[in-house]
Design a protein around this ligand. Structure first.
Ligand code: AMP
Ligand code: MG
Length: 434
């Protein structure tokens, strides 16, 4: 159900979903969005970009049976009885041809071999040097090996022509290594989506101004810009919108030039919370107007056809694709959390990434938590300790306006909506901060 073509500014915006349903509908909408074009960048500049081509293996990986240990290449059957003494007939190091070229390893023979070197024919295993002793060309071996031990067979990692990286992969360190391993010095990536950021509120002033006694500085534009960049987008900063219809409408229209519009503030029940009303006047389709979460309950998600309410642009016969928007609550922590849990997947899709599920990890709770049931909570928390002995605890805070407390947090504890009390020592879900 959606409130579509809503034109009544007095509408009751009551499409409140559970967290899971809200997340799912965002993912569903995200699956249908179009990406921008592509560009080609140097491998060194491709980190964290999204791949717009498939990367194929240009030969078998490994291209030869590769020794994974320093030692001796042997025929495993020769080691049935121990200790065994074999005759060394040569040496092979990584990257080099045979030093004393044996045609192959015959019964009773062995070849000294280094990690990364090609295993010679005849041999089917490598014995680690630690289990051998050498006297001249006589090699005594104290341990048996199974066929295949300490060898990666040719093509075991990938076959020539096989897909190593899919279109839509985010290029992390391992993906960059894979691209390098097939000689791709330049990669085709998706252009970054542009995300317009529009902070609303009469009380807000820009960083270049001195706030009056009841004014505050606009911080959401900057936290959102940081989150947009981290998620692979290009932030487009709009001027602060006052709580005034005409100017807000104008700035929303500017914002809809971008690939995604993220608004903050003005989505609560207050008299001057005009964001939904202005969007409704533009015949926006609201997918949800709230989620049963804390912080961030009044979060809004929807889309609007850019041409709607304004005359069609000259020469455009094809209807413009609708643009998605998020109306995030203005409280700074609500803004951060709702971006992370709802806007990020949409941005990732616009950036060309394959759809990602939100995954929580678990950590041991340091001290008891008591909350009211009914809302899924994402509360700023500190994960501390070390190695396997990590523990997590809530940061004491003054509610969702408390930026200072949130800056001390490195994660959020996620509390299911039906839990009233979580005891110290229990494992809780946490969402790491990006
Ligand atoms: P609103 O969602 O507009 O009702 O705002 C909720 C609270 O967040 C109010 O205390 C606002 O002053 C504060 N707030 C709204 N927008 C911003 C912003 N861009 N930066 C910092 N605080 C904000
Ligand atoms: Mg406001």
């Amino acid at each position: 159900m959606t409130i579509s073509e809503q034109q009544n500014p007095q509408a009751d915006f009551s499409l409140v979903l559970s967290f899971e349903d809200a997340r799912r509908v965002v993912e569903n909408h995200a699956a249908g969005v179009a990406t921008r074009g592509t560009e080609t960048v140097d491998l060194l500049d491709a980190t964290e970009r999204v791949l717009a081509e498939e990367i194929h293996a240009d030969r078998d990986f490994p291209p030869f049976p590769r020794a994974t240990r320093d030692g001796y290449a042997v025929r495993s059957a020769d080691l049935a009885r121990l200790p065994a003494t074999l005759n060394a007939i040569g040496e092979i190091k990584a990257g080099e041809k045979l030093v004393k070229a044996p045609v192959g390893v015959g019964p009773g023979q062995t070849v000294a071999i280094m990690t990364g070197a090609p295993v010679p024919t005849g041999a089917d295993a490598v014995v680690m040097v630690e289990y051998t002793s050498r006297r001249g060309e006589r090699i005594e071996i104290a341990r048996s090996v199974a066929a295949g031990e300490n060898i990666v067979a040719r093509g075991a990692e990938a076959r020539e022509g096989g897909v190593l990286l899919d279109r839509g992969a985010r290029l992390n360190d391992a993906a960059i290594a894979l691209a390098a391993s097939v000689g791709k010095a330049r990669l085709k990536v998706f252009q970054k989506p542009q995300v317009a950021i529009l902070s609303t509120g009469d009380e807000l002033v820009g960083l270049e101004e001195l706030p009056g006694p009841t004014e505050i500085r606009n911080s959401n534009t900057y936290s959102l810009a940081a989150q947009v960049k981290a998620a692979g987008g290009e932030p487009v900063l709009l001027p602060i919108a006052p709580d005034e219809r005409a100017r807000l409408l104008e700035l929303i229209k500017d914002g809809l030039q971008a690939d995604l519009l993220v608004l903050t503030g003005g989505v609560s029940m207050g008299r001057y919370d005009l964001v939904e009303q202005v969007l409704a006047e533009m015949r926006a389709e609201f997918v949800f107007t709230g989620a049963k979460i804390q912080p961030g309950r009044p979060v809004v998600f929807g889309r609007v056809s850019c041409g709607a309410g304004t005359p069609a642009r000259e020469g455009t016969s094809v209807p413009l694709l609708p643009k998605y928007f998020f109306g995030l609550p203005g409280n700074p922590v609500s803004t951060m959390v709702t971006f992370e849990i709802f806007a990020r997947p949409m941005l990732q899709a616009l950036a060309g990434m394959a759809p990602q599920k939100l995954k929580f990890v678990h950590a041991k709770l340091k001290s008891e938590i008591r909350v009211k049931t009914g809302l899924k909570r994402f509360l700023p928390a500190i994960l501390s300790g070390e190695y396997e002995d990590s523990v997590v605890e809530l940061v004491p805070w003054q509610g969702s306006g408390d930026i200072a407390a949130t800056a001390r947090a490195n994660c959020y504890i996620v509390i299911p909506s039906d839990r009233e009390r979580i005891a110290a020592g229990e494992f809780v879900a946490i969402m790491m901060r990006h």
